[in-house]
Design a protein around this ligand. Structure first.
Ligand SMILES: [Zn+2]
Length: 298
């Protein structure tokens, strides 16, 4: 059976078709219609038709998007494509495509892709986390996305940063209304803010990593703080879920030093004499989201 995956983002909609073995048959990307719900739904269905025309095959359809369907109402919530929120996205797409579709959070799709045939293949429990503009997380157990009673399993980013130091309290304001959320420290903008607080200079996460590599002590300090915070944040996940593999995605997953330094720090915070959990980079990089959407039908 051909599996079609759709990654619905704020600026682009990407579609992919995978064959039975996970081989990519076709991939196509279009711009997301600007803040228009009906056009966005139509664009998704046209992308599916386009893929099926090329492959001359009908596929299952899975969709990954920021946000999640509310278990209470079936309506999408928490999406950064604001026009999609409060809409019966699943029902409307199913009506147009005349078939069942599966929809899941983009971080869940990322985790599923890497757990199915990526860096965490064959692991029983996988935590995938996309660290970029935000810090979305997803959990896969035995090859299936753990959805949860409230459809928020894996959403660690709006927990407080654990074992806070005095100067980390109460922590930056978060858009969710709380202070000191993990996301406010560990997202790319969170890293930039930390650097700004010390230097009064505005630098992106990529620039700070580059400065540290070229010998800036202030940037190095900033990254060491970041690594300590990431280790603390992930220790909480390990203490609760005990995954075999944690896969990083998003922009920060390109920072190679994290894979060495963070596991050295997290030992102190994990309630175990041995720590077998591996921290790994993604095999499919930016393609993980769309591949995982396809694997929702598995
Ligand atoms: Zn928050």
């Amino acid at each position: 059976m051909m599996r079609i995956g759709i990654d619905l983002g704020g600026t682009k909609i990407e579609g992919i078709a995978l064959d039975e073995s996970g081989k990519q048959l076709v991939r196509h990307r279009i711009a997301t219609p600007v803040e228009d719900y009906a056009s966005t739904i139509l664009a998704i269905t046209e992308l599916v038709s386009y893929i099926e025309n090329i492959t001359q095959c009908t596929g299952s359809v899975g969709i990954g998007t920021p946000g999640a369907l509310s278990p209470a109402t079936g309506l999408l919530r928490n999406s950064n494509s604001v026009c999609m929120n409060g809409k019966p996205v699943k029902a409307d797409i199913e009506k147009l495509l005349k078939r069942d579709v599966r929809i899941s959070n983009d971080a869940n799709c990322f985790a599923l892709s890497e757990a199915t045939d990526g860096s965490a293949k064959d692991a029983e429990v996988v935590f995938g986390v996309i660290i970029g503009t935000g810090t979305g997380g997803g959990v896969v157990v035995n090859g299936k996305v753990l959805k949860g009673a409230n459809a928020i399993a894996g959403e660690w980013g709006h927990n407080p940063l654990p074992w806070p130091k005095q100067n980390e309290l109460p922590g930056p304001n978060c858009y969710c209304g709380k202070q000191g959320c993990i996301e406010t420290f560990l997202s790319g903008p969170g890293l930039s803010d930390d650097f700004y607080n010390v230097t009064n200079e505005t630098k992106t996460a990529v620039e700070i990593v580059g400065l540290a590599a070229s010998g800036s002590l202030l940037a190095e300090d900033c990254l060491q703080r970041y690594e300590h915070r990431l280790a603390r944040g992930l220790s909480n996940v390990i203490n609760l879920l005990d995954p075999e593999v944690i896969v990083l995605g998003g922009g920060m997953s390109n920072v190679q030093r994290l894979y060495k330094n963070v596991p050295e720090i997290w030992r102190e915070f994990i309630f175990s004499d041995v720590v077998n959990t591996k921290l790994v980079s993604p095999m499919y990089g930016d393609s993980s989201g769309v591949r995982g959407a396809a694997w929702l039908n598995n």
